[in-house]
Design a protein around this ligand. Sequence first.
Ligand SMILES: Nc1nc2c(ncn2[C@@H]2O[C@H](COP(=O)(O)OP(=O)(O)OP(=O)(O)O)[C@@H](O)[C@H]2O)c(=O)[nH]1
Ligand SMILES: [Mg+2]
Length: 222
Amino acid sequence: MKIIAAKKILKANEELAGKNRARFNQAGILTINMVGSPGCGKTTFLEALVARLAGRAAPAVIEGDLASTIDAQRIEKLGVPVVQINTEGACHLDASMVAAACDSLELDGVDLLVIENVGNLVCTAGFDLGEHLRIVLLSTSEGDDKVAKYPTIFQKSDALLVTKIDLLSHGDFDVDRVAADMKRLAPNGRIFHLSARTGEGVQQVADWLLGKSRRREGGLAG
Ligand SMILES: Nc1nc2c(ncn2[C@@H]2O[C@H](COP(=O)(O)OP(=O)(O)OP(=O)(O)O)[C@@H](O)[C@H]2O)c(=O)[nH]1
Ligand SMILES: [Mg+2]
């Protein structure tokens, strides 16, 4: 019987992720790995973000889901280049899937590549895709204990987007508790509060990403 150690698989993924990152660096593309539970608002945020990038940066999107092209269709409607990855059961994207998706995306002229990972707060934490930034979304309807209960993904993220803040008055979500837990796990992580429904807070995230993107164009890509 052959046994392949998980460590080996992770090492192979790391190597491929490094190749992806080198490819993005060479093309001057800022790449974002967007993670969060099913339904936390990833695609809706992305739709709102695309509207705020208009005329300022050219985005492209890779959508990851177990099945269906529902999210890719939503992005395609906005006129943004998009590829859908169907993992057929796998609970996260990996670097080889992203490399394959990039081969079928026209990346010339793209400034910002957003990868919407499979909805999952656990498995997505272990797999580098070759991104420059990892952004984790947590919606106010999921509960304010989630950062403490699923620490790894938050620890490994550059920013936390607390989404659906328009629902705050309908529940007991404590934004201060979440911010304190995030600060403890990722002291340098940025925290944004937004509602893709009302648009509140989306511009701040767009400006932050554009700032990062411009720095890459300025030759700081590494
Ligand atoms: N009230 C409110 N609802 C939102 C907001 N953003 C998203 N939703 C709703 O939340 C549901 C899920 O949103 P999606 O954007 O599809 O979530 P997702 O994270 O992309 O879901 P998966 O791709 O399946 O993991 C939809 O019914 C959205 O309309 C928001 O800011 N406020
Ligand atoms: Mg989605």
